[in-house]
Design a protein around this ligand. Structure first.
Ligand code: NAD
Ligand code: DAU
Length: 354
């Protein structure tokens, strides 16, 4: 048996593959286009591992995907591939439409054809797991109940709208064609290998470089943080025991305002890598112009996956953040390698005029 993972060179996909092969011996094919966010260094420890194969390519490339499905006959496809950064979707939504909607559609078409040609036993064992986000539900008022699986979709950014579209397509392929689709909607992840355009790694990198820590708006926007290996464990659990056609919300019961996150990072760096002048990294905090359409609050009700599949996060925010900051401090080469000219261009584009 084999699984096909798409987007496996990104942050969550690479953590998923590493965790998968630590837990099991079932081989993994990783199909990834290697955009700016894809990084094969994340998977360097798998070099020479016969259980792992990498294929560079696009989920929207039908001949390539058809060929992979035919050649490897995976018993499951797990779709992580996406453009994933909200700020980039505001500056340029085109790539998000192309990968997250058109690419997901092409992938679904290939998988549908593959699935329909399987024998009955293989057909009912097959799974297509679509990895999605809590952002499809839009923004919550401060005292509103957390998002359940039946919450109305109300995406507010080009990124979340494109993910919502792919969720709807995945659902339709289950209802119309009987494809055994599972969808997961997860909250904000953090941990090793996250590209430093996202809040937590960006703040670590900027703090260490003596740069300002840019807080959008008043910094009181709330996110529900989950350590990445808990997300990976939840996906494995949904793949093993989730019911086709169902969606599962995944979250850490861990709502925090952005400002608290940045102060916690500054506190850990003060302890582990004190500034030469003895002052706190917290002094580098700078309030900058808000993100357009910025969602005020996300919160996940993870009751369904806990009740039905007995999944629970293993990390608290305190333990997960310590592991994360430690990982970035211990991997300066990884960080140096991802901060290419293209990364610097992005910082200029997103922050220069804020
Ligand atoms: P990421 O941006 O770090 O990685 C995305 C990966 O997809 C990269 O390796 C990239 O090269 C690849 N990719 C992009 N376009 C592709 C294409 N057309 N064909 C093949 N590969 C392509 O993203 P991430 O943070 O690891 O997120 C992975 C998935 O999880 C996404 O679908 C995202 O929407 C979802 N998600 C992310 C979070 C989070 O907090 N990061 C939370 C919930 C859900
Ligand atoms: O909720 C799940 C989503 O979480 C995923 O679907 C996305 O792929 C992932 O990128 C993430 O989206 P966010 O927009 O919440 O993550 P980001 O790290 O970009 O921002 C987190 C919060 O921090 C958000 O309120 C914006 C704020 N922020 C972010 C950056 C980069 C700042 O205040 N300053 C910054 O410089």
């Amino acid at each position: 048996m084999t699984i096909l993972v798409t987007g496996g060179a990104g942050f969550i996909g690479s953590n998923f593959i590493l965790d998968w092969l630590e837990e099991r011996d079932e081989p993994v094919i990783n199909l990834d286009r290697l955009t700016y966010a894809g990084n094969l260094e994340n998977l360097a420890e798998l070099r020479g591992d016969p259980r792992y194969a990498f294929v560079r390519g696009d989920i929207g490339d039908r001949p390539l995907v058809e060929n992979l499905l035919q050649k490897h006959a995976p018993r499951a496809v797990i779709n992580f591939a996406a453009e994933s950064h909200v700020d980039r979707s505001i500056h340029g939504p085109g790539d998000f439409i192309q990968t997250n909607i058109v690419g997901a559609f092409n992938l679904l078409e290939c998988v549908r054809a593959h699935h329909s040609a399987l024998n009955d036993a293989a057909k009912s064992a097959f799974r297509f797991l679509h990895v999605s986000t809590d952002e499809v539900y839009g923004s919550l008022d401060v005292d509103a109940p957390a998002f359940s699986e039946t919450h109305r979709y109300a995406p507010n950014s080009p990124y979340s709208a494109s993910k919502a579209a792919s969720d709807h397509l995945a659902r339709a392929y289950h209802r119309t064609y009987g494809l055994p689709v599972l969808t997961t909607n997860c909250s904000n992840n953090y941990g090793p290998f996250q590209f430093p355009e996202k809040l937590i790694p960006l703040m670590i990198v900027n703090a260490l470089a003596g740069k300002s820590l840019p807080i959008y708006g008043d910094g009181m926007q709330i996110r529900d943080w989950l350590y990445v290996s808990d997300h990976c464990a939840a996906i494995r659990r949904v793949l093993d025991a989730g019911r086709p056609g169902e969606t599962y919300n995944i979250g850490g019961w861990n709502e925090k305002p952005n400002l608290d996150i940045v102060r916690a990072i500054a506190g850990l760096l003060d302890e582990w890598r004190p500034r030469a002048d003895g002052r706190s990294y917290g002094e580098q905090i700078a309030y900058v112009a808000d993100r357009p359409g910025h969602d005020r609050r996300y919160a996940i009700d993870a009751g369904k996956i806990e009740r039905e599949l007995s999944w629970r996060p293993a990390e608290t925010f305190a333990t997960g953040l310590r592991k994360t900051v430690r990982w970035y401090l211990d991997h300066p080469e990884w960080l140096a390698n991802v901060q290419s000219g293209a990364y610097r261009d992005w910082l200029e584009k997103n922050y220069a005029e804020r």
